[in-house]
Design a protein around this ligand. Structure first.
Ligand code: PGA
Length: 249
């Protein structure tokens, strides 16, 4: 059996001013005292990437971004390229989060283009997929997620480092989570699809995301085929994020 190194990634979304940087530093300092076996990443708002990357240099905590533009440079007012994020110190990037898919109308083709842009810039993509509640209630969750995977993951990922995050849209920020059995079934299906399509598909981490918190992290992170978590709200404070990281071990 291929062993997959777990990843706990924090997605701060559009939260955090300068005074939030201390939370990332606190996480890194705590982990330095007792290094975890898992990888840890923090994805702050773009404007904080550079400052946090400087503070976390030479720590085990990686810094990531939450989105990128598909082009390296050009007339794209307000956008940020993967090359710029890399230059600022980011090493991973979340792509196709459901909030980008719904609020910014990013479809699978856009997501796939951004994945290529991340690879070009030397960023490891964390590609998000997940069904809405109406899909799950109609028994279409597997079908919807498989379709997203087929069209959001370009073949250029073959042999490259990448991460898939399964985030049921209805579980994000709601306090609701699927049952452990539902999570295991979905992760197994994602694993099968990755193995079928990519030569390194057996070794790519598959994260669960959606209302992960200290109280449910232990169960979720020890569910079959769950290789870590993408954590939103509970990644904002070191006192919540650290127990989730420790629960992954
Ligand atoms: P949540 O968000 O942990 O606040 O539910 C997860 C995410 O959207 O990545």
């Amino acid at each position: 059996m291929v062993s997959v190194r777990k990843l706990i990634a924090g997605n701060w979304k559009m939260n955090g001013l300068s005074n939030q940087i201390v939370e990332a530093v606190t996480v890194a300092e705590d982990l330095a005292r007792n290094p975890p076996k898992v990888r840890v990443a923090i994805c702050p708002p773009t404007i904080l990437v550079h400052r946090i990357a400087e503070r976390l240099a030479r720590t085990i905590v990686e810094v990531g971004a939450q989105d990128l533009h598909g082009e390296a440079a050009g007339a794209f007012t307000g956008d940020t390229s993967g090359e710029m994020l890399h230059d600022a110190g980011a090493r991973v990037v979340i792509i196709g989060h459901s909030e980008r898919r719904s609020l910014h109308y990013e479809d699978d083709a856009v997501v796939s283009g951004k994945v290529n842009a991340a690879l070009r810039a030397g960023l490891e993509p964390i590609i998000c997929v997940g069904e809405r509640l109406d899909h799950r209630e109609a028994g279409q969750a597997l079908e919807v997620v498989s379709h997203q995977l087929m069209h959001s993951l370009p073949m250029s990922l073959d042999g490259r480092a990448f991460v898939v995050a399964y985030e049921p849209v209805w579980a994000i920020g709601t306090g609701l989570t699927p049952t452990l059995e539902e999570i295991a079934n979905m992760h197994r299906a994602i694993r099968d699809l990755l193995v079928e399509r990519f030569s390194n598909g057996a070794a790519r981490p598959i994260l669960y995301g959606g209302s992960v918190k200290p109280s449910n992290a232990q169960d979720i992170l020890h569910t079959q085929d769950v290789d870590g978590a993408l954590v939103g709200g509970a990644s904002l404070l070191a006192k919540d994020f650290l127990p989730i990281i420790r629960a992954a071990e």
